[in-house]
Design a protein around this ligand. Structure first.
Ligand SMILES: [Zn+2]
Length: 55
């Protein structure tokens, strides 16, 4: 799955417009289980580490 886009999942799960941090985290956690097109990194990864969320 690494690096591959799951188009069906993306069609069904659009990122909300102007998402809050909670929404982004929830989206990415779900995303990581279904699709490998994007990694969790940068500010998002830092925030999730701060919150003790494993990914
Ligand atoms: Zn994806």
């Amino acid at each position: 799955m690494e690096g591959k886009i799951n188009r069906e999942w993306h069609t069904l799960h659009k990122m909300p417009k102007n998402p809050g941090m909670d929404q982004r985290i929830a989206w990415h956690l779900e995303h990581a289980q279904h699709c490998g097109c994007r990694k969790i990194e940068g500010k998002l990864a830092e925030e999730m580490k701060k919150r003790g969320i494993k990914f």
